[in-house]
Ligand binder design. Structure first.
Ligand code: ACM
Length: 387
């Protein structure tokens, strides 16, 4: 007799805490995909059921709740994590119990786990392109500011390498603020940026601090058309939090923006809006959270099991027509082929895509190859928005 037992999957995104706004979008991207899969009959008739917990943006909670998902809730697959510190907290749990984490967030690279699938961008899919675009358009004297944890440290190290190899490349400052920083913490930084007059600011500030940084720069009188803030994480979620007047003119590198002009994306956005309205703003992390559930479901349809040893052979090498384009899980490094893009916030508060790769780019999480030259020759500039 066919197995009709539901398939329970863990969902670990924070509903409270500093990065909860973008994590809520990831949670809803996950729910949306689960709903679509169930409406289409489930996985061979088996309903997919989410088992969500709220880790409140605290790495220790991610570890404890991952243990609970495995030990008590008996799940084999977990969708979750935004901050790299939280992924690093879950990694030993999935490795110890031979479970799988699917992680839908851009991160600093230089990691591989047999028990993780990475569906957000690695540095060769966002940092390299951002460095090339910004230094060519604005110059190579850069002010680095980030939140005080692993992703900003490592991203700044990589960005520094890209910047310093450019003619005139210079790092004017590298500053960190606490994850629970308040408005006042950003005032001296904005003043310092104004004094040093970099060609652009590279921000790896995440969560609630993002609005505070952009606001402080606006209050200090910095003009985003002259000294923009460039980021790998400031997406539609943060822009909707800070408001159009502060966000306009700033720049982000990501594989997905709402503005991706394809039938798959337009249809996906319409279906999502019909169910969830404007509860969250779809963004790169939402999109990765969405497509990774579909990749999982298709692999499980083939394997008949969500146990890692049976699932992985079908997940690795698999492809899906995601809103950003056709993505593929690399069997060698567990990362995903993605479409590097640069977006700039316009006066209406939405990102316009100002440059994009015409082809998917495989992840190179250890930056073995030199990638900026390839982007320079192959990327396509779109419209005049980047001028
Ligand atoms: C991040 O911490 N990977 C944004």
């Amino acid at each position: 007799m066919a197995n009709t037992d539901p398939v329970r999957v863990g969902v670990l995104f924070s509903r409270t805490g500093t990065t909860s706004r973008v994590e809520l979008s990831q949670a809803l991207g996950t729910s949306f995909a689960i709903r679509e899969i169930n409406e289409a009959g489930g996985i061979d008739g088996r309903e997919l059921i989410a088992v969500p917990h709220d880790p409140e943006c605290i790495p220790r909670n991610y570890r404890l709740l991952a243990e609970r998902l495995v030990q008590e809730d008996r799940v084999n697959v977990i969708f979750g994590c935004y901050m790299s510190s939280t992924r690093k907290a879950v990694m030993p749990v999935v490795e110890k119990w031979q479970r799988l984490l699917m992680y839908p967030t851009p991160y600093e690279g230089f990691e591989f786990s047999h028990n993780i699938i990475y569906t957000g961008a690695a540095p060769n899919q966002n940092s390299a392109q951002l460095a090339e675009y910004m230094t060519r358009r604005f110059g190579a004297r850069v002010y680095l500011v980030g939140s005080d944890y692993i992703y900003p440290y490592e991203s700044n190290r990589i960005m520094s390498d890209f910047i310093l190899e450019r003619p005139g490349g210079a790092k004017l400052a590298e500053r960190y603020v606490r994850l629970d920083a308040n408005e006042r913490d950003f005032l001296p930084i904005a003043r310092d940026i104004k004094e040093k007059q970099p060609d652009f600011v590279f921000s790896t500030v995440v969560g609630k601090g993002t609005r505070m940084l952009y606001q402080a720069c606006a209050d200090a009188g910095l003009d985003p058309l002259k000294i923009p803030i460039a980021s790998l994480t400031t997406c539609e979620a943060e822009v909707s939090e800070m408001g159009t007047s502060i966000a306009a003119g700033h720049i982000t590198a990501a594989p997905y923006f709402q503005a991706v002009d394809t039938p798959v994306n337009r249809s996906c956005l319409a279906r999502f809006r019909a169910i969830y309205g404007d509860e969250v703003e779809p963004n790169m992390c939402w999109e990765a959270a969405y497509f990774q559930v579909h990749l999982f479901a298709r692999a499980m349809q083939k394997s008949g099991s969500d146990e890692i040893d049976r699932l992985l052979p079908h997940l690795l090498g698999s492809e899906f027509d995601a809103p950003q384009g056709r993505v593929r899980i690399d069997p060698d490094n567990h990362h995903t082929r993605l479409y590097p893009r640069i977006g700039r916030v316009g006066d209406d508060g939405s990102f316009s895509i100002v440059a994009e790769s015409p082809v998917g780019v495989d992840a190179d999480p250890y930056l073995v190859n030199h990638v900026t030259d390839e982007w320079r020759t192959r990327s396509v500039e779109v419209g005049a928005a980047g001028a």
